[in-house]
Design a protein around this ligand. Structure first.
Ligand SMILES: Nc1ncnc2c1ncn2[C@@H]1O[C@H](COP(=O)(O)OP(=O)(O)OP(=O)(O)O)[C@@H](O)[C@H]1O
Length: 474
Protein backbone atom coordinates (compact mmCIF):
# COMPACT_ATOMS: atom_id res chain seq x y z
CA UNK A 1 0.00 0.00 0.00
CA UNK A 2 1.29 3.47 -0.84
CA UNK A 3 2.50 5.66 2.01
CA UNK A 4 0.53 8.88 2.39
CA UNK A 5 2.22 11.80 0.64
CA UNK A 6 1.61 15.52 0.94
CA UNK A 7 -0.13 15.37 -2.45
CA UNK A 8 -2.38 12.51 -1.49
CA UNK A 9 -3.56 14.43 1.59
CA UNK A 10 -5.53 16.64 -0.81
CA UNK A 11 -7.77 13.71 -1.77
CA UNK A 12 -11.43 14.73 -1.54
CA UNK A 13 -13.98 12.74 0.44
CA UNK A 14 -15.18 9.76 -1.57
CA UNK A 15 -18.47 7.86 -1.85
CA UNK A 16 -18.63 4.42 -3.48
CA UNK A 17 -22.19 3.70 -4.70
CA UNK A 18 -22.87 0.03 -5.49
CA UNK A 19 -26.01 -1.17 -7.28
CA UNK A 20 -26.29 -4.84 -6.30
CA UNK A 21 -28.98 -5.37 -8.96
CA UNK A 22 -27.01 -4.02 -11.94
CA UNK A 23 -26.91 -6.39 -14.92
CA UNK A 24 -23.53 -8.03 -14.52
CA UNK A 25 -23.12 -7.65 -10.78
CA UNK A 26 -20.31 -9.84 -9.54
CA UNK A 27 -20.29 -9.79 -5.76
CA UNK A 28 -17.15 -11.89 -5.49
CA UNK A 29 -15.25 -9.36 -7.62
CA UNK A 30 -16.67 -6.15 -6.23
CA UNK A 31 -16.95 -6.63 -2.47
CA UNK A 32 -13.25 -7.36 -1.83
CA UNK A 33 -12.35 -4.51 -4.19
CA UNK A 34 -14.56 -2.07 -2.26
CA UNK A 35 -12.86 -3.09 0.99
CA UNK A 36 -9.39 -2.70 -0.54
CA UNK A 37 -10.27 0.66 -2.08
CA UNK A 38 -11.74 2.02 1.14
CA UNK A 39 -8.67 0.93 3.12
CA UNK A 40 -6.24 2.52 0.68
CA UNK A 41 -8.21 5.72 0.37
CA UNK A 42 -8.74 6.12 4.12
CA UNK A 43 -5.02 5.50 4.72
CA UNK A 44 -4.28 8.63 2.74
CA UNK A 45 -6.46 10.81 5.00
CA UNK A 46 -5.96 9.20 8.39
CA UNK A 47 -7.18 12.22 10.37
CA UNK A 48 -10.69 11.98 8.92
CA UNK A 49 -11.21 8.24 8.95
CA UNK A 50 -12.75 7.99 12.42
CA UNK A 51 -15.41 10.46 11.45
CA UNK A 52 -16.34 8.26 8.48
CA UNK A 53 -15.97 11.29 6.29
CA UNK A 54 -13.06 10.21 4.13
CA UNK A 55 -14.56 7.36 2.18
CA UNK A 56 -17.83 5.47 2.47
CA UNK A 57 -19.37 2.54 0.60
CA UNK A 58 -23.15 2.39 0.21
CA UNK A 59 -25.40 -0.22 -1.46
CA UNK A 60 -28.61 0.85 -3.16
CA UNK A 61 -31.65 -0.96 -1.81
CA UNK A 62 -34.22 0.09 -4.38
CA UNK A 63 -34.71 2.14 -7.52
CA UNK A 64 -34.08 5.86 -6.90
CA UNK A 65 -32.21 5.21 -3.66
CA UNK A 66 -28.86 6.45 -5.00
CA UNK A 67 -29.88 10.15 -5.02
CA UNK A 68 -30.76 9.99 -1.32
CA UNK A 69 -27.45 8.35 -0.46
CA UNK A 70 -25.44 10.84 -2.52
CA UNK A 71 -27.21 13.88 -1.15
CA UNK A 72 -26.89 12.66 2.44
CA UNK A 73 -23.15 12.11 1.96
CA UNK A 74 -22.52 15.53 0.39
CA UNK A 75 -24.68 17.29 2.96
CA UNK A 76 -22.65 15.59 5.65
CA UNK A 77 -19.38 16.80 4.09
CA UNK A 78 -20.70 20.34 3.82
CA UNK A 79 -22.30 20.28 7.29
CA UNK A 80 -25.65 21.03 5.66
CA UNK A 81 -28.87 20.15 7.44
CA UNK A 82 -31.05 19.69 4.33
CA UNK A 83 -29.58 17.05 1.97
CA UNK A 84 -32.17 17.88 -0.71
CA UNK A 85 -30.71 21.39 -1.03
CA UNK A 86 -27.30 20.06 -1.98
CA UNK A 87 -27.78 20.32 -5.75
CA UNK A 88 -28.36 24.06 -5.54
CA UNK A 89 -25.46 24.59 -3.12
CA UNK A 90 -23.15 22.24 -5.03
CA UNK A 91 -20.81 24.80 -6.65
CA UNK A 92 -19.83 26.08 -3.21
CA UNK A 93 -19.50 22.70 -1.48
CA UNK A 94 -16.13 21.01 -0.95
CA UNK A 95 -14.83 18.87 -3.80
CA UNK A 96 -15.95 15.23 -3.69
CA UNK A 97 -15.36 12.00 -5.58
CA UNK A 98 -18.19 9.54 -6.32
CA UNK A 99 -17.60 6.13 -7.89
CA UNK A 100 -20.66 4.38 -9.36
CA UNK A 101 -20.48 0.59 -9.46
CA UNK A 102 -23.39 -0.26 -11.72
CA UNK A 103 -24.84 0.53 -15.11
CA UNK A 104 -25.97 3.77 -16.71
CA UNK A 105 -29.15 3.76 -14.64
CA UNK A 106 -27.02 4.14 -11.51
CA UNK A 107 -24.92 6.93 -13.07
CA UNK A 108 -28.14 8.67 -14.17
CA UNK A 109 -29.51 8.59 -10.62
CA UNK A 110 -26.24 9.90 -9.14
CA UNK A 111 -26.01 12.74 -11.65
CA UNK A 112 -29.61 13.72 -11.06
CA UNK A 113 -28.86 13.97 -7.36
CA UNK A 114 -26.12 16.49 -8.13
CA UNK A 115 -27.33 18.70 -10.92
CA UNK A 116 -29.91 21.37 -10.38
CA UNK A 117 -31.58 21.73 -13.76
CA UNK A 118 -31.99 25.29 -14.99
CA UNK A 119 -33.48 25.78 -18.41
CA UNK A 120 -33.61 29.37 -19.56
CA UNK A 121 -35.64 28.38 -22.66
CA UNK A 122 -34.80 28.01 -26.29
CA UNK A 123 -36.34 31.20 -27.60
CA UNK A 124 -32.94 32.58 -28.53
CA UNK A 125 -29.49 31.12 -29.07
CA UNK A 126 -27.21 31.10 -26.04
CA UNK A 127 -25.49 34.48 -25.79
CA UNK A 128 -22.47 33.34 -23.81
CA UNK A 129 -20.34 30.32 -24.61
CA UNK A 130 -19.80 27.62 -22.02
CA UNK A 131 -16.80 28.35 -19.88
CA UNK A 132 -14.70 25.24 -20.23
CA UNK A 133 -12.22 26.47 -17.63
CA UNK A 134 -14.83 27.09 -14.98
CA UNK A 135 -13.25 27.25 -11.51
CA UNK A 136 -16.03 25.27 -9.82
CA UNK A 137 -15.35 21.58 -10.13
CA UNK A 138 -16.74 20.07 -6.98
CA UNK A 139 -17.59 16.50 -8.04
CA UNK A 140 -15.45 13.94 -9.86
CA UNK A 141 -17.40 10.93 -11.13
CA UNK A 142 -15.89 7.49 -11.63
CA UNK A 143 -17.71 4.45 -12.99
CA UNK A 144 -17.18 0.70 -12.85
CA UNK A 145 -19.22 -0.98 -15.62
CA UNK A 146 -21.41 -3.59 -13.98
CA UNK A 147 -24.58 -2.91 -15.98
CA UNK A 148 -25.77 -4.08 -19.36
CA UNK A 149 -25.25 -0.80 -21.28
CA UNK A 150 -22.32 1.01 -19.61
CA UNK A 151 -22.19 3.97 -22.01
CA UNK A 152 -20.15 6.27 -19.76
CA UNK A 153 -17.66 3.53 -18.94
CA UNK A 154 -17.24 2.81 -22.68
CA UNK A 155 -16.52 6.50 -23.31
CA UNK A 156 -13.85 6.43 -20.60
CA UNK A 157 -12.26 3.35 -22.16
CA UNK A 158 -13.38 0.82 -19.55
CA UNK A 159 -14.57 -2.25 -21.45
CA UNK A 160 -14.52 -4.62 -18.47
CA UNK A 161 -15.11 -4.01 -14.76
CA UNK A 162 -11.50 -4.99 -14.04
CA UNK A 163 -10.20 -2.13 -16.27
CA UNK A 164 -11.95 0.39 -14.06
CA UNK A 165 -11.24 -1.38 -10.77
CA UNK A 166 -7.50 -1.42 -11.54
CA UNK A 167 -7.58 2.21 -12.63
CA UNK A 168 -9.27 3.47 -9.49
CA UNK A 169 -6.70 1.77 -7.28
CA UNK A 170 -3.80 3.58 -8.96
CA UNK A 171 -2.04 6.20 -6.88
CA UNK A 172 -2.27 8.99 -9.48
CA UNK A 173 -6.05 8.69 -9.55
CA UNK A 174 -6.89 12.22 -8.49
CA UNK A 175 -3.54 13.94 -8.65
CA UNK A 176 -3.12 13.75 -12.44
CA UNK A 177 -5.08 16.65 -14.01
CA UNK A 178 -5.09 14.90 -17.41
CA UNK A 179 -7.50 12.30 -16.09
CA UNK A 180 -10.21 14.89 -15.35
CA UNK A 181 -12.60 16.01 -18.05
CA UNK A 182 -15.73 18.18 -17.71
CA UNK A 183 -19.00 16.26 -17.85
CA UNK A 184 -21.63 18.51 -19.42
CA UNK A 185 -25.13 17.19 -18.90
CA UNK A 186 -28.25 18.07 -20.87
CA UNK A 187 -31.29 19.52 -19.12
CA UNK A 188 -34.45 17.85 -20.41
CA UNK A 189 -37.83 19.44 -19.76
CA UNK A 190 -40.79 17.06 -20.03
CA UNK A 191 -44.27 18.32 -20.97
CA UNK A 192 -47.16 18.57 -18.55
CA UNK A 193 -48.97 15.22 -18.44
CA UNK A 194 -45.80 13.11 -18.77
CA UNK A 195 -45.94 9.73 -17.01
CA UNK A 196 -43.55 7.00 -16.08
CA UNK A 197 -43.81 4.60 -18.99
CA UNK A 198 -43.68 1.40 -16.96
CA UNK A 199 -46.01 2.30 -14.10
CA UNK A 200 -48.26 4.86 -15.76
CA UNK A 201 -47.88 7.13 -12.72
CA UNK A 202 -47.61 10.88 -13.32
CA UNK A 203 -44.07 12.27 -13.41
CA UNK A 204 -43.62 14.67 -10.53
CA UNK A 205 -40.24 16.06 -11.57
CA UNK A 206 -40.52 17.58 -15.02
CA UNK A 207 -36.82 18.34 -15.43
CA UNK A 208 -34.26 15.60 -15.78
CA UNK A 209 -30.52 15.74 -16.42
CA UNK A 210 -29.19 13.50 -19.15
CA UNK A 211 -25.54 12.51 -19.52
CA UNK A 212 -26.09 9.88 -22.20
CA UNK A 213 -29.03 9.76 -24.62
CA UNK A 214 -32.45 11.20 -25.40
CA UNK A 215 -34.39 9.27 -28.02
CA UNK A 216 -37.79 8.85 -29.59
CA UNK A 217 -38.70 6.52 -32.43
CA UNK A 218 -36.98 3.26 -33.32
CA UNK A 219 -34.18 3.42 -30.71
CA UNK A 220 -36.53 4.39 -27.90
CA UNK A 221 -38.91 1.64 -28.95
CA UNK A 222 -36.04 -0.85 -28.74
CA UNK A 223 -35.22 0.28 -25.20
CA UNK A 224 -38.91 -0.06 -24.25
CA UNK A 225 -39.24 -3.52 -25.82
CA UNK A 226 -36.02 -4.73 -24.19
CA UNK A 227 -37.09 -3.73 -20.65
CA UNK A 228 -38.62 -7.16 -20.11
CA UNK A 229 -35.45 -8.90 -21.31
CA UNK A 230 -33.04 -7.24 -18.84
CA UNK A 231 -31.88 -10.58 -17.49
CA UNK A 232 -30.36 -11.40 -20.92
CA UNK A 233 -27.80 -8.56 -20.76
CA UNK A 234 -26.81 -6.47 -23.82
CA UNK A 235 -28.26 -9.01 -26.30
CA UNK A 236 -31.69 -7.73 -25.22
CA UNK A 237 -31.23 -4.65 -27.44
CA UNK A 238 -30.51 -6.79 -30.53
CA UNK A 239 -33.55 -9.00 -29.94
CA UNK A 240 -35.81 -5.97 -29.43
CA UNK A 241 -34.32 -4.34 -32.55
CA UNK A 242 -35.14 -7.35 -34.72
CA UNK A 243 -38.71 -7.40 -33.45
CA UNK A 244 -39.17 -3.67 -34.06
CA UNK A 245 -37.59 -3.85 -37.50
CA UNK A 246 -40.30 -6.29 -38.56
CA UNK A 247 -43.03 -3.91 -37.35
CA UNK A 248 -41.22 -0.74 -38.45
CA UNK A 249 -43.38 2.39 -38.07
CA UNK A 250 -42.84 6.05 -38.97
CA UNK A 251 -42.91 8.57 -36.12
CA UNK A 252 -44.63 11.84 -36.97
CA UNK A 253 -43.88 15.20 -35.45
CA UNK A 254 -41.48 18.12 -35.65
CA UNK A 255 -37.97 18.59 -34.38
CA UNK A 256 -36.47 22.04 -33.83
CA UNK A 257 -32.69 22.27 -33.55
CA UNK A 258 -31.17 25.43 -32.06
CA UNK A 259 -27.63 26.55 -32.94
CA UNK A 260 -27.42 23.58 -35.30
CA UNK A 261 -24.72 22.54 -37.71
CA UNK A 262 -25.07 19.53 -39.98
CA UNK A 263 -21.87 17.58 -40.70
CA UNK A 264 -20.62 15.52 -43.59
CA UNK A 265 -17.33 13.66 -43.90
CA UNK A 266 -14.37 15.22 -45.69
CA UNK A 267 -12.86 12.67 -48.03
CA UNK A 268 -9.56 11.16 -46.95
CA UNK A 269 -7.33 13.06 -49.40
CA UNK A 270 -8.38 16.47 -48.09
CA UNK A 271 -7.77 17.72 -44.59
CA UNK A 272 -10.01 20.77 -44.29
CA UNK A 273 -11.95 21.81 -47.38
CA UNK A 274 -12.14 25.36 -48.69
CA UNK A 275 -15.82 25.21 -47.92
CA UNK A 276 -15.24 24.58 -44.23
CA UNK A 277 -12.59 27.30 -44.07
CA UNK A 278 -15.10 29.84 -45.35
CA UNK A 279 -17.56 29.16 -42.52
CA UNK A 280 -17.32 31.61 -39.64
CA UNK A 281 -17.07 30.31 -36.12
CA UNK A 282 -19.50 32.28 -33.93
CA UNK A 283 -19.42 31.11 -30.34
CA UNK A 284 -23.11 30.15 -30.30
CA UNK A 285 -22.57 27.49 -32.97
CA UNK A 286 -20.69 24.18 -32.93
CA UNK A 287 -17.27 24.19 -34.68
CA UNK A 288 -17.00 24.24 -38.52
CA UNK A 289 -14.93 21.07 -38.57
CA UNK A 290 -14.74 18.15 -36.20
CA UNK A 291 -11.81 15.75 -36.00
CA UNK A 292 -12.58 12.25 -34.85
CA UNK A 293 -11.04 8.78 -34.96
CA UNK A 294 -13.34 8.26 -37.98
CA UNK A 295 -11.97 11.17 -40.00
CA UNK A 296 -12.65 14.88 -40.25
CA UNK A 297 -16.21 16.16 -40.68
CA UNK A 298 -17.20 19.60 -41.95
CA UNK A 299 -20.30 21.67 -41.37
CA UNK A 300 -22.72 22.11 -44.28
CA UNK A 301 -23.94 25.69 -44.86
CA UNK A 302 -27.27 26.54 -43.22
CA UNK A 303 -29.01 27.58 -46.46
CA UNK A 304 -28.94 23.97 -47.65
CA UNK A 305 -32.20 22.78 -46.10
CA UNK A 306 -32.21 19.01 -45.75
CA UNK A 307 -35.91 18.41 -46.53
CA UNK A 308 -38.59 20.12 -48.70
CA UNK A 309 -40.86 20.97 -45.71
CA UNK A 310 -38.02 22.02 -43.38
CA UNK A 311 -37.54 25.66 -42.38
CA UNK A 312 -34.67 27.74 -41.03
CA UNK A 313 -35.08 30.81 -38.81
CA UNK A 314 -31.83 32.74 -39.18
CA UNK A 315 -32.60 35.20 -36.33
CA UNK A 316 -33.05 32.40 -33.85
CA UNK A 317 -30.62 30.02 -35.54
CA UNK A 318 -33.39 27.41 -35.48
CA UNK A 319 -33.78 24.62 -38.00
CA UNK A 320 -37.20 22.94 -37.92
CA UNK A 321 -37.40 19.46 -39.42
CA UNK A 322 -40.63 17.69 -40.33
CA UNK A 323 -41.15 13.94 -39.95
CA UNK A 324 -41.85 11.19 -40.47
CA UNK A 325 -38.80 10.19 -38.45
CA UNK A 326 -37.62 6.62 -38.13
CA UNK A 327 -34.50 7.34 -36.11
CA UNK A 328 -34.12 10.29 -33.76
CA UNK A 329 -31.47 10.14 -31.14
CA UNK A 330 -29.60 12.92 -29.28
CA UNK A 331 -26.53 11.99 -27.25
CA UNK A 332 -23.58 13.30 -25.21
CA UNK A 333 -21.58 10.08 -25.53
CA UNK A 334 -20.24 8.41 -28.66
CA UNK A 335 -21.16 4.84 -27.68
CA UNK A 336 -24.37 3.82 -25.94
CA UNK A 337 -22.93 0.42 -25.11
CA UNK A 338 -19.57 -1.16 -25.90
CA UNK A 339 -19.23 -1.18 -29.72
CA UNK A 340 -22.54 0.61 -30.44
CA UNK A 341 -21.15 3.90 -31.73
CA UNK A 342 -24.32 5.72 -32.80
CA UNK A 343 -23.06 9.33 -32.32
CA UNK A 344 -19.32 9.00 -33.02
CA UNK A 345 -18.57 12.74 -32.82
CA UNK A 346 -20.22 13.20 -29.40
CA UNK A 347 -18.13 14.18 -26.38
CA UNK A 348 -19.17 14.68 -22.77
CA UNK A 349 -16.79 17.63 -22.40
CA UNK A 350 -18.04 19.86 -25.26
CA UNK A 351 -20.96 22.28 -25.35
CA UNK A 352 -22.92 20.40 -28.02
CA UNK A 353 -25.59 17.73 -28.23
CA UNK A 354 -25.05 15.32 -31.14
CA UNK A 355 -28.17 14.36 -33.09
CA UNK A 356 -28.65 11.46 -35.52
CA UNK A 357 -31.74 11.46 -37.69
CA UNK A 358 -33.11 9.05 -40.30
CA UNK A 359 -36.38 10.13 -41.90
CA UNK A 360 -38.87 7.79 -43.56
CA UNK A 361 -36.37 4.95 -43.68
CA UNK A 362 -37.07 1.52 -45.12
CA UNK A 363 -36.28 -1.62 -43.14
CA UNK A 364 -33.00 -2.15 -44.98
CA UNK A 365 -31.96 1.49 -44.44
CA UNK A 366 -32.80 1.28 -40.73
CA UNK A 367 -30.83 -1.93 -40.48
CA UNK A 368 -27.88 -0.25 -42.24
CA UNK A 369 -27.94 2.60 -39.67
CA UNK A 370 -27.77 0.24 -36.71
CA UNK A 371 -25.24 -2.06 -38.37
CA UNK A 372 -23.03 0.94 -39.21
CA UNK A 373 -23.21 2.08 -35.57
CA UNK A 374 -21.77 -1.30 -34.67
CA UNK A 375 -18.91 -0.82 -37.17
CA UNK A 376 -17.18 2.23 -35.67
CA UNK A 377 -20.03 4.61 -36.49
CA UNK A 378 -19.77 4.32 -40.27
CA UNK A 379 -23.52 4.92 -40.65
CA UNK A 380 -22.97 8.70 -40.46
CA UNK A 381 -21.55 8.50 -43.98
CA UNK A 382 -24.81 7.07 -45.36
CA UNK A 383 -26.74 9.54 -47.60
CA UNK A 384 -30.03 9.03 -45.75
CA UNK A 385 -28.53 9.79 -42.32
CA UNK A 386 -28.48 13.38 -41.04
CA UNK A 387 -25.86 14.19 -38.38
CA UNK A 388 -26.00 17.46 -36.43
CA UNK A 389 -24.29 19.09 -33.50
CA UNK A 390 -26.73 21.44 -31.75
CA UNK A 391 -26.95 23.65 -28.67
CA UNK A 392 -30.53 22.71 -27.92
CA UNK A 393 -33.56 20.96 -29.36
CA UNK A 394 -37.31 20.67 -29.06
CA UNK A 395 -39.19 17.49 -29.99
CA UNK A 396 -42.92 17.66 -30.64
CA UNK A 397 -44.24 14.16 -31.35
CA UNK A 398 -47.57 14.00 -33.17
CA UNK A 399 -49.81 10.98 -33.48
CA UNK A 400 -51.33 10.07 -36.79
CA UNK A 401 -54.53 11.39 -35.24
CA UNK A 402 -53.19 14.88 -34.53
CA UNK A 403 -51.33 14.91 -37.81
CA UNK A 404 -54.58 14.19 -39.60
CA UNK A 405 -56.31 16.86 -37.53
CA UNK A 406 -53.68 19.39 -38.48
CA UNK A 407 -54.19 18.74 -42.16
CA UNK A 408 -58.00 18.69 -41.82
CA UNK A 409 -58.17 15.13 -43.06
CA UNK A 410 -59.66 11.93 -41.69
CA UNK A 411 -61.33 13.63 -38.74
CA UNK A 412 -64.53 12.27 -37.36
CA UNK A 413 -66.12 15.59 -36.56
CA UNK A 414 -68.84 14.02 -34.44
CA UNK A 415 -66.46 12.47 -31.95
CA UNK A 416 -63.57 14.82 -32.59
CA UNK A 417 -61.22 11.86 -32.11
CA UNK A 418 -59.94 11.28 -35.62
CA UNK A 419 -59.00 7.92 -37.04
CA UNK A 420 -59.01 4.80 -34.92
CA UNK A 421 -56.34 2.16 -34.82
CA UNK A 422 -53.59 4.18 -33.15
CA UNK A 423 -53.63 2.28 -29.86
CA UNK A 424 -50.17 1.18 -28.81
CA UNK A 425 -48.91 -0.54 -31.91
CA UNK A 426 -45.27 -0.65 -30.96
CA UNK A 427 -44.64 2.71 -32.60
CA UNK A 428 -44.58 4.65 -29.35
CA UNK A 429 -47.75 6.37 -30.57
CA UNK A 430 -50.50 4.97 -28.38
CA UNK A 431 -53.82 5.90 -26.84
CA UNK A 432 -53.78 5.99 -23.08
CA UNK A 433 -56.13 3.67 -21.18
CA UNK A 434 -57.98 6.79 -20.19
CA UNK A 435 -59.38 7.90 -23.52
CA UNK A 436 -59.69 11.52 -22.37
CA UNK A 437 -55.93 11.81 -22.28
CA UNK A 438 -55.51 11.03 -25.97
CA UNK A 439 -52.48 9.45 -27.59
CA UNK A 440 -49.12 9.31 -25.79
CA UNK A 441 -45.58 8.78 -27.11
CA UNK A 442 -42.62 7.06 -25.54
CA UNK A 443 -39.43 8.99 -24.79
CA UNK A 444 -36.14 7.59 -23.54
CA UNK A 445 -33.78 9.64 -21.34
CA UNK A 446 -30.64 7.69 -20.38
CA UNK A 447 -32.64 4.43 -20.51
CA UNK A 448 -35.45 5.82 -18.33
CA UNK A 449 -38.75 5.69 -20.21
CA UNK A 450 -41.47 8.32 -20.14
CA UNK A 451 -44.89 8.47 -21.75
CA UNK A 452 -45.50 12.00 -23.05
CA UNK A 453 -48.79 13.44 -24.31
CA UNK A 454 -49.46 14.04 -27.97
CA UNK A 455 -48.00 17.34 -29.23
CA UNK A 456 -46.29 17.87 -25.86
CA UNK A 457 -42.94 19.67 -26.17
CA UNK A 458 -39.78 18.01 -24.94
CA UNK A 459 -37.05 20.62 -24.60
CA UNK A 460 -33.39 19.71 -24.17
CA UNK A 461 -30.32 21.91 -23.90
CA UNK A 462 -27.00 22.32 -22.19
CA UNK A 463 -27.28 25.19 -19.70
CA UNK A 464 -24.85 27.98 -20.38
CA UNK A 465 -25.23 30.03 -17.24
CA UNK A 466 -24.30 27.30 -14.81
CA UNK A 467 -20.75 26.37 -13.94
CA UNK A 468 -19.75 22.86 -14.92
CA UNK A 469 -19.69 21.10 -11.59
CA UNK A 470 -19.15 17.52 -12.76
CA UNK A 471 -16.01 15.85 -14.07
CA UNK A 472 -15.28 12.34 -15.20
CA UNK A 473 -12.13 10.56 -14.15
CA UNK A 474 -10.48 8.21 -16.58
N1 LIG B 1 -31.38 -2.74 -4.78
C1 LIG B 1 -32.05 -2.50 -5.91
N2 LIG B 1 -33.12 -3.25 -6.24
C2 LIG B 1 -33.78 -3.05 -7.39
N3 LIG B 1 -33.46 -2.09 -8.28
C3 LIG B 1 -32.40 -1.31 -8.01
C4 LIG B 1 -31.64 -1.48 -6.81
N4 LIG B 1 -30.63 -0.58 -6.81
C5 LIG B 1 -30.78 0.14 -7.96
N5 LIG B 1 -31.83 -0.29 -8.67
C6 LIG B 1 -32.31 0.17 -9.99
O1 LIG B 1 -31.73 -0.65 -11.00
C7 LIG B 1 -31.79 0.09 -12.22
C8 LIG B 1 -30.85 -0.48 -13.25
O2 LIG B 1 -29.55 -0.39 -12.77
P1 LIG B 1 -28.28 -0.10 -13.70
O3 LIG B 1 -28.63 0.80 -14.80
O4 LIG B 1 -27.18 0.29 -12.81
O5 LIG B 1 -27.97 -1.53 -14.30
P2 LIG B 1 -28.36 -2.11 -15.72
O6 LIG B 1 -29.75 -1.79 -16.05
O7 LIG B 1 -27.98 -3.51 -15.68
O8 LIG B 1 -27.34 -1.37 -16.68
P3 LIG B 1 -27.55 -0.34 -17.91
O9 LIG B 1 -28.45 0.77 -17.45
O10 LIG B 1 -26.18 0.12 -18.22
O11 LIG B 1 -28.16 -1.14 -18.99
C9 LIG B 1 -31.48 1.49 -11.81
O12 LIG B 1 -32.24 2.40 -12.59
C10 LIG B 1 -31.87 1.56 -10.33
O13 LIG B 1 -32.99 2.41 -10.14
Amino acid sequence: MAEPTSQSLTLPPCLVVVNPKAGGYRAELVKPWCEQFVQRYAAQRPGDSERGRTVRTVYTERANHAPELVQAFLADQADMKDPAAIAVALPSTPRAFIICLGGDGTVHEVINALVEPAIPGLSSPPSTPIDHASPSHPVDIGVVPLGSGNALASQLGFRRPSDALDRYLRDDLLSNPLTRRPLHTVDVRLPYGARWYLTGHPVTVHRVSSFCVISWGFHCNNVASSEWLRCLGPIRFTLAGIKNLVTLTPYHGTLTLTGARRYRPIEAATTTSDHANQIETPTHLPPPTVDSPWGTFEAVTAETLPGPCDTFNADRQQLTLQGPFTVFLAAKLAELSAGFCITPLARPDDADIDVVIGRGLTRSQTLAVFQGAGVRGTHIRLPFVEYYKVRGLTVRPASSWSKALASHKMVDRNSGRGEEGVKDNGSGDHRDADAKEGPHHTLCVDGELYSVPDLGEIVAEIPTARDCVLHTLS
